[in-house]
Design a protein around this ligand. Sequence first.
Ligand SMILES: Nc1ncnc2c1ncn2[C@@H]1O[C@H](COP(=O)(O)OP(=O)(O)OP(=O)(O)O)[C@@H](O)[C@H]1O
Length: 781
Amino acid sequence: MPKSNQDWQEEYNRVKDVGQYIDKKIQRLKTYMQLIKERVIDIRKTFWDDVTVNLTEMDDAIETQASLKQQAEFLSERERSHGQLASEMNKLLDLKEKPYFGRIDFIEANQDTKEKIYIGTSSLMDENDEDFLIYDWRAPISSMYYDYAPGPAAYRTIDGEIEGEIALKRQYVIKQGELTGMFDTGLTIGDQLLQSVLGKFSSSKMGNIVATIQREQNKIIRNEKSKMLVVQGVAGSGKTSAALQRVAYLLYRYRETLTADQMILFSPNPLFNSYVSRVLPDLGEENIKQMTFYHYVEQQLGSRFTIESPFEQIEVVFSESESDSWSRLSGMRYKSSEYFLNRVDAYLADLMKEGLQFRNIRFRDQFIFTKEQLAETFYQFPEHVSIQLRLEKLAELILKRLNQLERKWIKADWVEDEVELLDKADLQEIFTKVENEVQENREGYHEADAESYYLKQKVVRRRLAPLRRKIKQLAFVNTKRTYMKLFDQVEPGEGITEKEWLELAKFTQENLQSNNLTWEDATPFLYFEKMIVGFEENRAIKHIIIDEAQDYSTFQLRYLTYIYPNSRMTLLGDVNQTIYYHSLTNNILTEDAIENTERVTLMRSYRSTRPIVEFTRSFIEDGDKIEPFNREGSKPTVYELDNQTIAEYKLYDCIDNYLNRKYPHIAVITKTMDEARELAQLLKKSYDQVQLIDQETHTFKTGIHVIPVYLAKGIEFDGVIVYDASTNQYLNELERYLLYTACTRAMHDLTLIAIGGISRFITEVPTSLYSFYRVHEIITE
Ligand SMILES: Nc1ncnc2c1ncn2[C@@H]1O[C@H](COP(=O)(O)OP(=O)(O)OP(=O)(O)O)[C@@H](O)[C@H]1O
């Protein structure tokens, strides 16, 4: 729709006017903040002047304490309000740059007036605090901007649905407070604007998408009803983006009852944490806690076990073959299956009757309870009493026994010896205690005896403290040994032969025996243990968001629902980007079993150019259903090269090409960590800014990244080189997904280099969709 000059002028002037008004507010706020700052400095300086310190009498001391408390509260209140004003200031500074990005003109049903709704990242009221100059993108009325084309429209408020008509929908390009472009749009929000946003170079930090949220993404962002929201979205469809805008939306929508520390994002790797860390602060919200599931398991079990990381497990998968007589692969699949979960649950039920393993409780080589005695007492409880309750009762009993023994040990010789080792502070504490008791004038009180008794008691209690702590933690039950015994029962079950089961049992038990936890055992073991000793529930968490959810097992999901019982869940993933072997057969995104679930599917891919999407979607089943966003670019290039020397030469060539295009983020994606390490070493000889990404890398910078595919999850690069895309690297089903994941990281350019024959997944792609070169030798001058 052509815009008239008058329209343009009016909009141009409005941006200027709003800008001036924001400037005025900034100045006012600055002055006010300066005042508060001076006051805070003043209070700090004169803090002690305003406190009356008098410690002579008890009453005076109490008064002093109250006066101190009052002064400290006053100071922290001022500091807090300075903090709030600083956040208000940040919002205003952002609005000054870009006050709004969209507008709808809405005529409410049965009313004549047309309301112009300008939409930005936060709201702004006029001078009289009466009208909105800008509406927050999360306000109920703003939802129509994302959901409707011009014509009939409606939005929901707490009082019900408001119907009406959108007379105009407009988008703005505002740079540094100046209007530089505007478009009147139809249903989809500004193909034109989206084109320009998506065509830009990548950034080290993901940006927000509030100006161009698409309708189907808006469904995810504003979903409020579902206890569980499952999003299956193709690569680059904006799952992570939608998830983060959803967090911002929920924080706004429930600002009275929900805070950032009540939400957790489970992310695929540490690098991803850094990559998405700016989205929420840029939207004026605090970041929420982010962690990987591995990190969580480490926190829980890391002090007792060496835990294999999920990435180490992937590397094992690459080196194993299913045709081996027994491979860990079948174990991985088995241990993450619903079947195994049921097996574990059945075993837990059996433990109510028999089989729970205990540890001897000893103190200084003396048995307090043997494991047999503990088992006997445990199984004397009625069968219906839960394991956890029985253990708690048992702990009480043990602690009681310890109290009795403590009195006996106080008289022991070793205690006498150790009293000599007590330090000054300990002695002082006991002397004061005795002094106080002397003052109580108890009859027959003997000071020296009391001192000696308390000193010995101190020695015994100190020595007993670790044991008491362990007993309170129910550490006298041997969960490891009990879990190991599960594998003594010969019961192969689904998809696993008896011979395989025996191998699997031996492998599991040997590992556990030496305190090594494979990744496939980590969650089942954790689940098993917590079912016995009790889950540490975190009832404060109200929302958890799981990105790359396709890689989670049923166990992991079940576990999370147990530890966050009050939480809603948002699961986002893509079955075609599965990187864990176990998920090939049990993918939670495709399971129907999850109850109370709402599902949303995203089929449009925004990250990559049309030619890249057309190429990559050919690798996967039903790929033709993936809709590319119409952004032009060159076709992916595939090189089939005879040997490594030529391949390396081509690699340099491609990197030079990408560098010439000034791509800020270039990735050389390998299959394994070893390959990445070797290549990074090689490339560092010729280029600055080469960064090897491993599982410890926490920050994402500009430059050339050499990265194994499984660590590139969730991240994007301007130009991607897949090295090496040969048939012996990408052959089986899991490798199909890996190749798809690697290629879909590319925004603008994609090159695949294969040493020897190209992968069968590439040969399945119609040749019209890529440029192909076979090179036997490189001729240089
Ligand atoms: N509505 C949108 N407006 C602008 N950019 C968008 C929009 N939706 C997605 N994008 C962009 O597309 C790219 C991919 O988005 P995102 O990483 O959220 O997708 P994803 O589905 O999580 O991808 P993957 O599963 O492949 O990691 C990002 O650069 C994001 O900014």
